[in-house]
Design a protein around this ligand. Structure first.
Ligand SMILES: Cc1cc2nc3c(=O)[nH]c(=O)nc-3n(C[C@H](O)[C@H](O)[C@H](O)COP(=O)(O)OP(=O)(O)OC[C@H]3O[C@@H](n4cnc5c(N)ncnc54)[C@H](O)[C@@H]3O)c2cc1C
Length: 391
């Protein structure tokens, strides 16, 4: 049995490490700590310049061709890339929505002009947000009601989106709207490309429990959008909403697993620092968390080895569910280890405020991209073969 990467993958990893060593700005190296701090610039110049550098050297999305910021990497090389970037704890972009959702959608469903927009999204020159969720449409996305009425060569849009990540720093929104209110709910949806400086579009940031504001409400009041900004066929937006995430989704688990491994390392350091590393209860819990994290890495590799499709796979649901819930356990143990001061989020008054802030932020991970309950439904039906629950 062979456990480990081959020489070719290791050479690829070494090439990436050398590139990062030479080009990564100090802010990117410090990002692992910075992202836990309250507030902060959501579109800093260093991040945009770093993303452009990655793009220009073919390291932004390695599986893409050079003109799209890649180097035609194989799926295995892509996994090595994601693993190494996570190990170094260096972000390639601060806006997953741009390069991971909007760009693949534009490339897969867009006409020539729309595909051109993908280049700027991947390079970080333009930032995109994704307008899916609404106050009455989250898990049941097909219930969305933001209305777009086609009037000759333009759509007139009215309605509201919510939880729209990075909307306040975005140039564009890939927005899902209802274009046929009489059709069955999955059928009457379309995808529109909306410039956020369009008159009638208002972005209101939402402050989170962590203190930062990374997402917003977006209101549309008679916003006029050129008909040529329709992505894909009219009323066919449901296919776009589900179809274009596959390649990125297939590898995201490794970033979550490596992040959990980093956290286990931090927990062990914390236990040592606090003189709790000889406590048998603490040692047993650390061993359990470490074992769980290693098992998830093995499970992720197994899923990746078997994954050959292009749509979301049930394995992705298992990994998303397990890693987001494990994160909460890891952060909660960090708080517990510190005793009463562990829950203090004010860095001035806490030895390490990252634990409670990362715990609070971690709840978002159990919601975004499909809640834990929805992942359990997928696993129940598609992995275990159980019938759908009665409403
Ligand atoms: C950090 C973060 C970033 C986000 N970014 C974006 C973004 O950029 N763009 C965007 O459009 N949206 C975004 N979202 C929104 C996200 O997609 C929704 O929060 C998610 O789909 C859940 O929808 P909801 O919040 O309306 O909860 P609801 O769907 O109302 O669910 C409420 C509760 O009921 C449960 N539930 C619902 N349906 C079922 C069911 N069938 N079976 C069992 N339980 C069920 C849910 O699990 C949940 O616990 C983001 C969310 C977070 C946390």
């Amino acid at each position: 049995m062979k456990l480990g990467w081959g020489a070719e993958e290791e050479a690829f990893r070494a090439e990436l490490a050398a590139f990062v060593d030479e080009y990564a700005p100090p802010e990117a190296r410090a990002w692992g700590h910075e992202r836990s701090q309250e507030g902060g610039d959501l579109r800093p110049d260093w991040a945009q310049a770093w993303q452009a550098t990655l793009f220009d050297h073919g390291w932004m999305i390695p599986s893409y061709p050079p003109e799209l910021g890649g180097r035609d990497a194989t799926p295995l090389q892509t996994l090595v890339y994601l693993e190494e970037m996570a190990r170094l704890d260096i972000p390639r972009s601060l806006h997953f929505t741009s390069y991971g959702i909007a760009a693949p959608s534009l490339l897969e469903f867009g006409d020539a002009r729309q595909r051109d927009l993908a280049v700027a999204a991947i390079r970080g020159d333009r930032v995109w947000c994704i307008g899916m969720s609404e106050p009455d449409a989250g898990s049941d996305l097909a219930a969305l009601s933001t209305r777009a009425v086609l009037d000759h060569d333009r759509f007139v849009v009215n309605g509201q989106k919510v939880w729209t990540s990075y909307a306040m720093v975005s140039d564009w929104c890939l927005c899902f709207v209802r274009t046929d209110p009489d059709a069955r709910k999955h059928r009457g949806i379309s995808a529109l490309l909306i410039e956020l400086d369009t008159p009638g579009v208002e972005v209101r940031p939402l402050r989170q429990i962590t203190g930062s504001a990374e997402f917003a409400e977006v209101y549309f009041t008679d916003a006029v959008v050129p008909a040529e900004n329709l992505l894909g066929p009219l009323h066919d937006g449901w296919r776009i909403s589900t179809g274009s995430l596959a390649h990125e989704r297939a590898g995201i688990w490794i970033e979550s697993v490596v992040r959990a491994e980093h956290a286990v390392g931090r927990l062990i350091d914390l236990a040592r620092r606090l003189g709790r590393d000889r406590d048998p209860v603490v040692r047993r819990r650390l061993a359990e968390l470490s074992e769980l994290t290693s098992s998830l890495r093995a499970l992720g590799y197994k899923g990746a080895a078997g994954y050959g499709g292009s749509g979301p796979a049930p394995e992705h649901s298992s990994m998303k569910l397990a890693t987001s819930e494990l994160w909460l356990d890891l952060m909660a143990f960090g708080i517990e280890l510190q005793g009463a001061s562990g829950a203090v989020t004010d860095p001035e008054r806490s030895a390490d405020a990252r634990w409670p802030i990362d715990l609070l932020a971690g709840f978002g991970g159990t919601l975004a991209g499909g809640t834990s309950e929805i992942q359990r439904n997928v696993i129940a039906q598609r992995v275990l073969g159980l019938p759908r629950a009665r409403p």
